[in-house]
Design a protein around this ligand. Sequence first.
Ligand code: ADP
Ligand code: ZN
Length: 751
Amino acid sequence: MPPLIAKVVVDLALNREFDYRVPEALADQVRPGSRVTVPFGRRMAQGYVVGLTDHSDRLHLKEIHSLVTKLPLLTDRLLELTRWMARYYVCPVELCVKTALPEVVRKARISWKEREFARPGNLAGVDWDKLRRRAPKQAQVLELLQREGGLFVARICEQLKTDHATIKRLAAKGWIILTDRIEERDPFGGEVFLPTEPLPLNPAQQHALDLCQQAIDEAAKARPGLNGSGLPRPVLIHGVTGSGKTEVYLQAIAHCLHSGRGCIVLVPEISLTPQTVERFRARFPNQTIAVLHSHLSAGERHDQWHKIRQGQAHIVIGARSAVFAPVPSLGLIVVDEEHETSYKQEEAPRYNARDVAVVRARLEGAAVVLGSATPSLESYYNAQRGRYRLAELPERVDNKKMPLIRIVDMRQEAQRQKGVHVLSNRLYQAIRDRLDRREQVILFLNRRGYATHCFCPKCGHVMKCPQCSIALTYHRRDQRLLCHLCQHQQPAPSACPNPDCRDPAIRYAGMGTEKVETAIQTAFPHARVQRMDTDALQRKNLYREILREFRQGKIDILVGTQMIAKGLHFPNVTLVGIIYADMALHLPDFRAGERTFQLLVQVAGRAGRGDIEGEVIVQSFTPFHPAIQFARQHDYRGFYEQEIEFREQLRYPPITRMVLLTVRSRNEEKAHFIARALAKDLATRLTGQPALLSEVVPAPLARIEGWYRFQIVARSENILALTAAVHDTLQGQRWPEGVTVQVDVDPISLL
Ligand code: ADP
Ligand code: ZN
């Protein structure tokens, strides 16, 4: 038998892996994700195993000393999932293991927080009258403890305004007993919620729930595994905004819990608001609900994760990486807003949590429910081909009407107003109406800053980023030019930087949210206007604060980027304006139409969620583009059918599957050379296969942060054959110094 060798990341030197021999006695127990003690230099250190192998380049290996805990961090099935990811996403398995385990868990620097806890002791001998007279504080502490049973000492001191000396005296007399107890860091600070009951469902919801329940029951009886059997198909719920999808999820979760199994609910990071979590807590008041998202402190994340691993939380709500939550006996994964691009991780492993959820469910014998008002073409195509089961919720609950969408042709408007202005006459009037009626308005533009480029009208010089191949955006408040790719900044020039020109009449063109905010404030000087984009949100929690003020009616008009397009629910918003709908349409990406359609429908969904009917005004220079016209009719099906035909003709996903290779270097020649060599090699490996391989081309963003980027796009109907060929091409290659190759399987952006 070949020696078993473990690759270990030691806490003392986190950026490197070291090889250790696994002693025979531990061979069955050491696994990726195990925490181990190893000799390191002259001392012992802790670390965790990221991979196992049977050979090492080093001759003399030290042995792993011992295992730290018996319970491995990764369950067998999660381990299998990471192996699948490594194959599918063409990525080292160590990286997948790292992705599946939060950093605080891997490095184990943080542990449970233990604090002093007091319980009542033997109170038989207490002379209460005397104590109340002589030491009233001590008496109060005892009374409090008798009432509460037990409390953290810090809480007692805070509540009774007393100090530790009082507690010590009581402990010395044996009247209270002090122990250390784990105090869980609760991101909700122990808020209490009013419980809610399941609502009686309408027929469409009931049908959706039936499919979910069937899937949950079938999954429980199936033989799990990548090639398992009896596994149910994923359920896709296509329901317009406000059609009651969340209510269906809640009842499906109840069914799953009832059968003794746990659930994961994935939501996009941006919709993971306290209101979202509150809805789940209110429905399941007796359940511990764990929450995983990127704003948790390390301590909170540690506690949430271990609580899940130890089987104390049966419902997990989280963003992308919660798909790896170690829920024992998993019965259901819900992926809300399944079309969201934030489910895709933009660094290796470039996984999509929705797709990983489908595979994890197979491995665990769980059901998957995907939901969206605008399903991705991929998922809807799967439903059309019978791979997913489809439930449609075509109407809003209580038959509330979908908001009316009006399109304003900005070409005509530009003629009438003699130039392009932020507001068309129609949108201006509509805002004024709302202000008069004390209703609220959301204005949407998917670009930050004031002007999108800045140029000299005399010599034509455009201010570009010195590192990237894009123009700099003008931010007026800070009087700076900013690169939105690499964050490069420079002061706004007072004259043309071209030494032969130096003309002082710099012009600014294109618009961003900052300009919209200024224009609105000028047009409506008495309105309370607030901008919401990442520039405005430098301060932590400002996002929540702004949303709270908006909800309370302290803001009349909210101007923002896609940040405000998602899942928010404001009953008093009766007008949504989309300043420039064409923004995403002209990106060089085959999904431009799909993105635009999704965005318009999602943004429109923000209007009229209360009792008053909503109106949406869309300003566009290409008002007859199908993405805009279908969105206007709220016609997903119509959009899908014409879009899938276009994908069919051009053999784009979801008809084919795609792998994007990006070769990067600071040296343009080198990057180009390697990319061509790679493409040639890949072409050889793909001969005889029905695969399509593009030429080597500069990426649409040809240069970012000084890195030149060349792309190869490969497509095939057989993704596994394609990724296998890519894997073989890259296997064992050593790129010249300063060249990196990125693999993106099922890319969502080709920029
Ligand atoms: P979605 O998730 O599709 O946007 P929600 O589940 O949030 O929709 O439902 C929208 C609103 O309608 C919520 O306030 C919800 O409580 C309510 N609702 C959902 N289903 C029902 C139902 N069957 N009867 C009455 N109200 C419902
Ligand atoms: Zn830049």
